[in-house]
Write a protein that binds this ligand. Structure first.
Ligand code: ARG
Length: 459
């Protein structure tokens, strides 16, 4: 036996095959034991139909062969004794499992591996889970990316594969630089204390920073188009100029972050710690096994982006398009995707897609993934189609020495909708905080289902 199986069909098959070779040495080694659940329960639990076709091949009478098999079979630990009386019709052999044996087989299920055989050579499965963003509360969508992702991860763990969870934290780029700069100036002005910083406070600063950096280009266009007059134009122009100043400062902060300038980096680290502290607590509350060690944020790819982009340009995979760099994917062998994948903006900035392409390269070529599964909202379907195709085109999805690319899959889930059929939000249009949702779910469950404490997580 190669593994501890709990499947009676497999177990009886092994015993019958042994009995066949003992009873009829001329029988082929790979003779099918033909075990199936009994058609007539009064005769037994399982039946063996092998004697008929085998006897024909061996030039024997089926019933004689069945008798010989019964003489040689050893199932004393599994079944009620098998005798001549258990042979029915032309040569069906009936088996009835012992009560104790059923109990023992069931016990084998109650193990960490669920009684499943380990694969002969485990594959490496990377599961992209959670995906929180810095300075923002986890919202209802993260319920699915965390729970579904962790469930897939556990399933593959049970199947004996090597599983690596990756929490692709949104912790880099201009929006993060904006909030970093905002927090730095608020802290310097003594309006915010870095020591007692909360995620709620960060969430507020994030929105404020976004607002401050929002230009009035559209408004100015409209003023010109509808000739709304110099007063409105002057007001808008002043607002726009101010926003552009904020934006320029945010860009300077991004440069400082990229250079790991200590003062700026310390602020960013504080944002990271506050966000991830809250995130991991929620992950724990959800009984997922997503830990600090699984975090591989966008920032962790920052240094690889230039190398990746230069490589793509050098090999002619990326090309220029109106000042930006794109990977074209419209040919049939690339998947016939009409929209090119943008990997560098005209201003030199990298994008969400650039980081994801670098992430595929690391996951497949460094971590050794045979399969990468992304549990992310279905609204990102095009993004994943593009980055998968671009990574395959670049050869980043293929393990060193492998002939085939690893499997890249988007396990897309739908958007959580409110009663109005729109994405679930508060009445004022804010995302619903996942922690509030969990509090309420637990409260309501207590009210509906008695006062029991929730069952502790089984690790
Ligand atoms: N932070 C992203 C978002 O909120 C999700 C990350 C998903 N994973 C990935 N490898 N892109 O949309």
């Amino acid at each position: 036996m190669t593994h501890q199986t709990f499947d009676p069909v497999e177990l009886l098959g092994e015993r019958v095959r042994a009995a066949i070779s003992a009873a009829a040495p001329d029988a082929p080694d790979d003779a099918d034991a033909m075990i199936s659940p009994s058609k007539r329960a009064e005769l037994g639990d399982f039946q063996c139909n092998a004697a008929m076709p085998l006897a024909k091949r061996l030039g024997m009478k089926p019933r004689d062969l069945a008798t010989k098999i019964v003489e040689h079979i050893d199932v004393t630990d599994l079944c009620e004794p098998v005798t001549e009386a258990d042979i029915a019709g032309p040569g069906f052999i009936n088996f009835r499992l012992q009560q104790d044996a059923i109990g023992t087989l069931l016990d084998r299920l109650d193990s960490p591996s669920l009684g499943l055989p380990a694969p002969e050579s485990p594959t490496t499965v990377v599961v992209d889970v959670c995906g929180v963003n810095l300075a923002k509360q986890m919202h209802v969508g993260h319920l699915r990316s965390s729970v579904i992702g962790d469930t897939l991860a556990r399933t593959f763990e049970r199947l004996g594969e090597t599983v690596v969870r990756q929490n692709h934290v949104g912790d880099w780029g201009l929006p993060i630089a904006m909030v970093t700069r905002k927090l730095q100036s608020e802290a310097e002005a003594g309006r915010v204390s870095l020591d007692d910083l909360t995620l709620d406070e960060l969430d507020r600063l994030y929105k404020l920073a976004q607002h401050e950096c929002r230009g009035q280009g559209k408004g100015l266009e409209l003023v010109a188009k509808y000739n709304l007059g110099p007063k409105i134009e002057a007001e808008l122009r002043a607002m726009h100029d101010e926003a552009m100043e904020h934006l320029a400062e945010a860009k300077a902060t991004l440069v400082a972050l990229q250079a790991q300038e200590p003062a700026v980096h310390a602020i960013w680290k504080r944002i990271y710690a506050v966000t991830m502290g809250a995130c991991l607590k929620t992950c724990q509350r959800l009984h997922t096994r997503i830990t600090e060690a699984d975090s591989a944020g966008e920032s962790s790819y920052a240094e690889e982006l230039t190398t990746v982009v230069n490589d793509l340009v050098a090999r002619g995979i990326a090309e220029e398009s109106s000042g930006a760099l794109v990977v074209r994917l419209d040919s049939p062998e690339d998947g016939g995707i009409a929209e090119p994948c943008l990997i560098r903006k005209g201003d030199g900035g990298y994008l969400y897609a650039t980081t994801d392409i670098a992430a595929i390269k690391r996951r497949v070529q460094t971590i050794g993934a045979d399969r990468v599964i992304y549990t992310v909202d279905a609204r990102q379907s095009l993004h994943f189609k593009q980055v998968f195709a671009a990574a395959r085109k670049a050869g980043y999805a293929t393990k060193p020495g492998a002939s085939q690319p690893s499997v890249l899959e988007h396990a897309a889930f739908g958007t959580v909708l409110g009663e109005d059929g729109r994405p679930f939000k508060t009445r004022s249009g804010e995302n619903i905080r996942l922690s509030d949702l969990l509090d309420e779910a637990i409260d309501r469950a207590r009210q509906d289902g008695g006062q029991q404490e929730p069952r502790p997580a089984r690790r």
